[in-house]
Write a protein that binds this ligand. Sequence first.
Ligand code: G6P
Ligand code: MN
Length: 445
Amino acid sequence: MKLTILGGGGFRVPLVYGALLTDRAEGRVTRVVLHDLDARRLSAVTRVLAEQAATVPGAPEVTATTDLDEALRGADFVFSAIRVGGLEGRAHDERVALAEGVLGQETVGAGGIAYGLRTVPVAVDIARRVARLAPDAWVINFTNPAGLVTEAMSRHLGDRVIGICDSPVGLGRRIARVLGADPREAWIDYVGLNHLGWVRGLRVAGRDELPRLLADPDLLGSFEEGKLFGVDWLRSLGAIPNEYLHYYYFNREAVRAYQQAEKTRGAFLAEQQARFYEEMRRPDAAALTTWDRTRAEREATYMSENRESAGAGERDADDLSGGYEKVALALMRAIARDERTTLILNVRNQGTLSVLDTDAVIEVPCLVDANGAHPVAVAPLPDHASGLVCSVKAVEREVLAAAESGSRTTAVKAFALHPLVDSVNVARRLVEGYTAVHPGLAYLG
Ligand code: G6P
Ligand code: MN
């Protein structure tokens, strides 16, 4: 099995490789090819992986290349985990929006649109190359904004591209735990778009346990989402939203907190990771120790800089490490070995949510086997949730159209139609601001 990792010089790649090292079964990945545009980052990460592998007999062989076509040829699985414009780009996404008084966040609102506009053309180019050079490969997309990017790639790869995120499984795990249930035994009724979904039920042995949680203010207030959204609001909703919905339900507070923060998340991570790659220039640097120290610092601040008061800093180690690399590995195993399982994934709707067309990528529990990921039928969303899902999907479609046509007018429309952008004039200025700082948006003329 050959696995190609795009964005192979990325900081999180050792997490993925660490997950691969735990897999001893027949049919596991035996070759890993790292691809990145930046040879220095590739060599830093390759050294970390070599130290990880040192004590593991039969560890997957690792090679690295800056040649994309070479990396893709013959791949069985392709993980796409790229960040177009790097973390500096993420910091720009945040700052330009905040200067306009609207949310600047990696994947949500104006920041997410800017990131999407930059990333879609690159993702489409990758999808075209995969279709040509590795037509039987499965593409697992982590690249954010994951739902939008998966949809862009699915236009060229159909259901051979599957998007993943760690947030739904993390949410399900936290809910199961407060209910005293084993997360592995629980069926999580979750649906929406990536970073825009709701848990509407959690079934254990045929019984929905969520009403018990919603009825108990102490239980409800005892975990991250309870603190973040507040007990009363969760009871009004009758569901537990993905943490990213905080940016919608408490937008004004979120924008203000971000504006007052000393540094944005992107700026913080950009500095922190630049230090890691800088330290790794020393040929004698202890690669794994240096990486691990940087990772620990990062996790300690995970999404918490503006949410400390909401208790976001209280995640335990498993929430932080049970992340996307485990979802990726579980998905790959199910496909490669035809080990049927259910995972919450980003796939084409195919009639699951009747308010969206069949090709719209949604986030939903899927049955996974050697034939890929098949969305499971779910109950419809309530109107307020359908409304949000439809508006955000409409914005995503404008982003896809702008990326295809290069039309600046369409890009303005994408920003202007977003529920978190409150004026067409703001949308116009956002396009000005973003095209001025992002070379990756030069195509918008
Ligand atoms: C979660 C989300 C990812 C997102 C990440 C940001 O894991 O599911 O989509 O990229 O948080 O974390 P960071 O440490 O980069 O702020
Ligand atoms: Mn995510």
